[in-house]
Ligand binder design. Sequence first.
Ligand SMILES: NC(=O)c1ccc[n+]([C@@H]2O[C@H](COP(=O)([O-])OP(=O)(O)OC[C@H]3O[C@@H](n4cnc5c(N)ncnc54)[C@H](OP(=O)(O)O)[C@@H]3O)[C@@H](O)[C@H]2O)c1
Length: 353
Amino acid sequence: MTTNQSTSQAGTAQTGTAQTGTRTLGSTGPGVFPLGLGCMGMSALYGEADRAESLATIHAALDAGVTLLDTGDFYGMGHNELLINEALRTAPAAARDKALTSVKFGALRTVEGGFTGYDGRPEAVKNFLAYSLQRLGRDHIDVYRIARVDPDVPIEETVGAIAEAVAAGHVRHIGLSEVGADTLRRAAAVAPIADLQIEYSLISRGIEEEILPTARELGIGVTAYGVLSRGLISGHFTRDRALAPGDFRGMSPRFQGGNLDRNLDLVDALRKVADEKGVTVAQTAIAWVLSRGADIVPLVGARTRDRLGEALGALQVTLTPADLAAIEDAVPAGAAAGERYPAAQMAHLDSEH
Ligand SMILES: NC(=O)c1ccc[n+]([C@@H]2O[C@H](COP(=O)([O-])OP(=O)(O)OC[C@H]3O[C@@H](n4cnc5c(N)ncnc54)[C@H](OP(=O)(O)O)[C@@H]3O)[C@@H](O)[C@H]2O)c1
């Protein structure tokens, strides 16, 4: 039996006021600063990152009040967790004590950096966890989740293993990543689930129909990633941007040829709304996600202090009903060209089945 309860206020859209209060991850999770910092790009997928700037960005985020740091043990194959370890070790004690780690596990990698599948067996969960605690230098992880459902292991077994780690004190809360409504229900029947981490943005609205209402019914919060669609709708991405080998955007359907042209046309339309309000495109896109409900915490993938500062500015943006209508007009639901992942990766998304 789940102990998650439906939270009546969870889905209330936050319009008309700046977004400054704490948000809670579901009905059983921790209170967090309304924006989380996604650290993935500091180790992987978006080309070379500057280590000193990455550390400075994490410190600046903590200094600004950010509490939730999101990572995966496979981001740079351990690199990202070691980076967070260093950032927390060198941060002021007060900030370090408030920091919460959200860690994904389960991805299987090759020496060459490829991905070969997911392992959600209970013994694998315990093994991944032991390594992550060591790399992070912490005695617990605040929210622990498998990155993608292992098709060979029932979700009940994977979640059950994390629940045992909760009972042992090594994990505080259980999360999920990119799962659909049925899996949400099955997982929530095993143990309380704090949050679902899933892509959600102006151009990725697939969760609205079934997944988000189910999460709300079950009292499960949402940590939204890709709120800038990996930079595509940040206002900074240009058609002629050179991408390093291995950059995710070099393979992402939304960044290719005619799709990119179409998607950047949407950004131009969004820019008109942003200019009108005197804010940036990125701030408008982040503020829109914040406006979708107090149960949604956007993870921003800032890799520099400048980008972080811009993202934090979204918390001061007030979107009126007229602004929201103008945003919807500029970027109607379903307007994006191209899927959000290449076909092989779409196949791993329980949320898309
Ligand atoms: N559960 C999952 O399956 C999953 C999948 C992917 C990511 N995640 C998590 O979600 C986090 C965020 O995802 P993401 O990095 O793909 O999404 P994102 O925030 O949509 O995109 C981040 C990219 O946008 C660009 N950008 C431009 N202006 C920005 C601004 N003001 N603030 C932040 N970024 C800006 C940055 O690139 P430039 O600075 O180069 O322009 C950055 O690399 C990740 O770090 C990871 O922790 C989870």
